[in-house]
Design a protein around this ligand. Structure first.
Ligand SMILES: *[C@@H]1O[C@H](CO)[C@@H](O)[C@H](O)[C@H]1NC(C)=O
Ligand SMILES: *[C@@H]1O[C@H](CO)[C@@H](O)[C@H](O)[C@H]1NC(C)=O
Ligand SMILES: *[C@@H]1O[C@H](CO)[C@@H](O)[C@H](O)[C@H]1NC(C)=O
Length: 435
């Protein structure tokens, strides 16, 4: 028995070697043999390396306390579970000034739930840049940041200069624990060009910091992602180098520039959402193109330019801004579908179960079923202290999905066909990201 055990593999080995000899020269045979052995060896170490990377990533996920609520039942519209969640008013809060203490030891701070390793190679090869405007509630900013943070991405956070010192110091302290988060401070006056300036100075910072990011997203602190980073990478790839900037022309409020002469460049004036996703090529255009700068001078004399400056540049075929839409914004009354934000306005009628603050719906737990299968990338807005389970359930789902991404189980969570067929994707000025 013992000798057979040794003889058998020897015979196999000799036969194998002889076959190689017959097939080729001695040198070649040895090379092939070496390759086979090393690929088996590497195969084993690769698998265990991937496994330990997955385990490490899973440990980074934050724990979400849902207070006994089954969030998955809320997303399918279970009324009883919704009522139960609405009854929970307990708010987990952290005073702004506590962030200085929490970030004293960065290693332990990052362990609160930040993904400090790329979740997948696909995401690592496709960095995204973020510009975020904040002015209050670091406890909620941290929850947003945790959900969107990835080491390969870039973040510029503009803290409104007029905001409290604690928010300012706390935000700087958080940023100091990461190499890819920069802080900017522009005094933002609502309705004036300063909000545009706040975006532009952040864009400039991010443009100079890193040359690899593909798309740039602008956000506010009370938004939350409806997609994971991997989903967003796939959505951006589907956009094929086009910008996601919502706009309309019919109801564009020309009164905002009625006292001015028409601009000297061939711009098509539109009104649109102040949160958008644009390509790196478009950012370069906005920062450096003569026509964009000229248009900014004009826009600085208008009212609420954060709703028409970037938006018009991205909707003026004659200006040739990369990623811009070459078609007509209107498709019926309301423009083409916005994919950046899930937002409901006070004039949208019955679609808000929450409350309106400055005409924008602050969503209730009861609004979650409607946004469950949305194609949109971010919800605007959720308040951490208004029906707190709304944000908590969004988080819980987000980390469940991130978990699936880590385990390689995100097969077709997003519908590529939907994004590919958007009018702005089909008709746009190339930006160098096309495939
Ligand atoms: C809501 O909370 C109160 C007190 O905490 C409790 O008495 C009541 O039964 C709860 N209602 C529901 C629908 O869970
Ligand atoms: C994906 O989107 C396309 C275009 O909107 C639609 O026709 C199709 O039914 C969607 N597929 C699924 C599986 O939802
Ligand atoms: C992407 O855009 C380019 C340039 O507009 C176009 O030639 C190409 O066909 C588009 N690719 C897809 C898959 O739609």
């Amino acid at each position: 028995m013992g000798t057979r055990k040794i003889i058998f593999p020897c015979v196999v080995g000799v036969v194998f070697m002889l076959t190689l000899f017959c097939m080729s020269t001695l040198e070649n045979g040895a090379l092939v043999m070496k390759k086979i052995v090393s690929s088996i060896y590497l195969g084993i170490t690769d698998t265990s390396r991937a496994e330990s990377r997955r385990e490490e990533l899973l440990r980074m996920l934050p724990q979400i306390n849902t207070h006994g609520v089954d969030c998955s039942r809320i997303f399918v519209g279970d009324d009883e579970e919704i009522k139960k969640a609405q009854n929970i008013t307990k708010v987990r809060t952290i005073p702004d000034r506590d962030f200085l203490r929490l970030t004293r030891h960065c290693t332990s701070y990052r362990r609160r739930g930040y993904m400090t390793k790329p979740v997948s190679d696909e995401e690592e090869r496709y960095p995204i840049a973020y510009v975020i405007q904040i002015y209050k509630d670091l406890v909620q900013i941290e929850r947003l940041l945790m959900a969107i943070y990835r080491p390969q991405n870039w973040y510029c956070i503009n803290v409104d200069l007029s905001t409290g010192e604690d928010v300012h110091i706390g935000m700087i302290a958080i940023a100091s624990c990461f190499d890819n988060i920069v802080i900017n401070s522009v005094d933002v006056v609502w309705g004036r060009i300063s909000l545009v300036e706040a975006d532009l100075t952040c864009m400039q910072l991010l443009y100079n910091k890193n040359k690899d990011w593909k798309y740039l997203i602008t956000l506010a602190g009370q938004m939350f992602p409806l997609k994971t980073n991997l989903d967003m990478v796939r959505i951006f790839k589907s956009l094929n180098g086009s910008n996601a900037v919502a706009a309309i022309t019919k109801k564009r409020n020309p009164i905002r520039w009625s006292n001015l002469p028409t601009p000297s460049i061939p711009v098509r004036l539109v009104k649109g959402g102040c949160h958008f996703a644009v390509t790196r090529g478009f950012v370069r255009y906005v920062l450096f193109d003569k026509r964009a700068r000229q248009f900014k001078k004009w826009a600085s004399k208008t009212y609420i330019p954060d709703e028409h400056y970037v938006q018009s540049l991205s909707h003026s075929p004659k200006l040739e801004a990369p990623g811009g839409y070459t078609g007509w914004p209107e498709n019926g009354e309301n423009g083409y579908e916005e994919i950046m934000r899930y937002v409901k306005w006070c004039y949208d009628g019955s679609e808000c179960h929450g409350k309106f603050v400055r005409c924008v719906c602050i969503f209730s737990v009861a609004d979650l079923p409607r946004m469950a299968n949305s194609h949109k990338m971010f919800v605007n807005k959720l308040y951490y202290d208004y029906e707190p389970m709304a944000l908590t359930c969004m988080e819980q789902r987000h980390y469940q999905w991130t978990r699936q991404d880590i385990l390689g189980m995100n097969d077709d969570r997003i519908n590529i066909t939907f994004y590919r067929n958007l009018p702005n994707v089909k008709h746009h000025i190339p930006s160098g990201l096309e495939n």
